[in-house]
Design a protein around this ligand. Structure first.
Ligand code: G6Q
Length: 547
């Protein structure tokens, strides 16, 4: 596969960029009063407005051409049909099978995976009904009131984000999440809970993750301290894993293990058994609606022509800003308190997937790849970092996520929220030129010298791009659509950049070194050969802990 930068469409985009870089968004809007209709799409429950981007119809044509030249259609089919596209780990990538509502078989190694997918979904349904109805009881016969998911990375961020996002629909036991090996998190979580009514979900694909096992063992001890009987583990622990042997060794009844498979990547796993905490919180019907939303986006992604394909357009807009405009990050700005953890979830989804500098063929990329992803709920951000978005030196493309209706209306507060979202996108795009700043200052009755002094500070360059994604209100189906939209966007970008979006070798080295350092923190242990900084820090830890 030739480097993307050598493809005709990339070269054409380079020329096109040189022309368009001179044209402000303001004038694109002024020249075409109908620009919104040209660049917005309705898909299922989402309205995607991409008109405030530095593009013309020619740009979109070139995006589609680039996608074609990168053989994107074949790549999409390869993913959906179970090809081993995660080449460095030799695995298929089939989170889409987890929400495949069709009768279409999905074959890996000659076997249809769908019967297993359906079996685990049924097992989740059965179990969550038992827990939610009070039929499942703890060691002393008490029903479960609190569920603690112990997992990290992909076994935490997805379910945590979804449980928070769908809190409006929560009518089951209260879900808590412990991920950090910092003992503070487990201690704080357990402080308010009773062992009699607490169920632990040990969520670990490999069941070997250091942080998760440390927290799981501490939780088991908490249960054993309370009941003084290993039997109690059976009623208070379930496991979500691919590793049956380790699960059994831990003491969890294999009956209470919910399986998934190596073709489910950690950061793509909330649709699998890893979503059990979601099902317990909102019920299986809502969990299935979440899957249904994602399935709707899957169908759209697989079938829509590139010009009208939301994930493809979003992905290419990202490539446009990363590789042509030199943007190093993008901000996700939910004007939806329920989506407070959505940016954190996307950080893993995007940065762990595309934060890579070698191509699938092992060669250096020689161009920029995955950007830094960040964000906070919108109005809070306005009072914090929007200054930089509006007047800083860096270009930061933004995604505004806006529910039209509140699930918790109070007076006109939601209207204030929505007005702020629309206004921020408008301000970023339009800016305020010198003449406008001057006119406003004059209206304030300032002296001429004072006015002149302030004009540069009150000027906004504008021309800053954003996408706006509107939905009526956050439902399980809408959330499913949103998550799948970003998943597929990341996939498309990975294909354009020719990186493997489904491995994560970059997280390994630090973990390995931590295992070397751990015993060296003890005073009587020898310290192996490190750089002088690391050695100095190990010695400082030893000294401080002695005092
Ligand atoms: C995600 C990664 C990673 C993984 C965690 C937890 O894509 O693979 O974040 O989810 O390291 O792994 P386990 O589920 O195996 O404990």
């Amino acid at each position: 596969m030739p480097k993307p930068t050598t493809l005709p469409a990339w070269q054409a985009l380079q020329d096109h960029y040189r022309e368009l870089a001179q044209v402000p968004l303001r004038s694109l809007f002024a020249d075409d009063p109908d620009r919104f209709s040209l660049f917005n799409l309705h898909q299922d429950d989402l309205l995607f407005d991409f008109s405030k981007n530095r593009i013309t119809s020619r740009t979109v044509d070139l995006f589609a051409q680039l996608a074609d030249e990168c053989t994107l259609s074949e790549d999409i089919e390869a993913m959906f049909s179970g090809a081993r596209i995660n080449a460095t780990e030799g695995r298929a990538v089939l989170h889409t099978a987890l929400r495949n509502e069709s009768d279409r078989p999905v074959v890996v190694d000659g076997a249809d995976v769908m019967p297993d997918v359906r079996r685990v979904l049924d097992q989740m349904e059965d179990f969550s009904q038992k827990v939610r109805s009070g039929e499942w009881v703890g060691h002393t016969g008490e029903p479960i009131t609190d569920v603690v998911n112990i997992g990290i990375g992909g076994s935490d961020l997805g379910p945590l984000m979804v449980v928070q996002a769908l809190d409006h629909y929560a009518d089951g036991p209260k879900a808590h999440f412990v991920s950090n090996v910092d003992p503070t998190q487990l201690s704080q979580t357990l402080r308010g809970l009773s062992p009699e009514t607490t169920l632990f979900i040990i969520a670990s694909k490999t069941f070997t993750t250091q942080e998760t096992l440390a927290n799981a063992k501490a939780a088991r001890q908490w249960i054993l301290d309370a009941f003084d009987s290993f039997e109690a583990v059976k009623n208070h622990f379930v496991a979500l894993s691919t590793n049956r042997t380790q699960v059994v060794e831990f003491g969890i009844d294999p009956e209470n293990m919910f399986a998934f498979w190596d073709w489910v990547g950690g950061r793509y796993s909330l649709w699998s058994a890893i979503g059990l905490s979601i099902a317990l919180s909102i019920g299986m019907e809502n969990f299935r609606a979440l899957l249904g939303g994602a399935y709707a986006m899957d169908k759209h992604f697989r079938n829509a022509p590139f010009h009208q394909n939301l994930p493809v357009l979003m992905a290419l807009l990202g490539v446009w800003y990363t590789n042509f405009f030199g943007a190093a990050s993008y901000a996700v700005l939910p004007y939806d308190q329920y989506l407070a953890r959505f940016p954190a979830f996307l950080q893993q989804l995007d940065m762990e997937s595309n934060g890579k500098r070698v191509r699938l063929d092992g060669r250096q990329v020689g161009y920029e790849t995955g950007p830094v992803v960040w964000g906070e709920p919108g109005t809070n951000g306005q009072h914090a970092f929007y200054q930089l978005l509006h007047q800083g030196t860096r270009l930061v493309p933004c995604d505004f996520l806006v529910p039209v209706q509140s699930l918790n209306p109070i007076g006109d507060q939601h209207e204030i929220l929505v007005a702020n979202a629309l206004a921020q996108a408008e301000a970023l795009m339009m800016g305020r030129n010198e003449a406008e700043a001057l006119a406003e200052l004059k209206g304030e009755g300032l002296s001429e010298t004072e006015t002149e002094r302030l004009v540069p500070h009150k000027t906004f360059p504008g021309n800053r791009p954003s996408n706006s994604i509107l939905y009526k209100r956050l439902t399980p189906a809408v959330l499913g659509q949103l998550i799948a939209l970003y998943e597929h966007k990341v996939f498309v970008q990975g294909r354009i950049w020719q990186v493997n979006s489904f491995d994560q070798w970059g997280v390994e080295l630090g973990k390995k070194l931590a295992k070397v350092i751990l015993p060296e923190l003890e005073n009587d242990q020898p310290i192996s050969s490190h750089d002088s900084s690391t050695t100095g820090l190990i010695q400082a830890v030893r000294q401080i802990s002695e005092k």
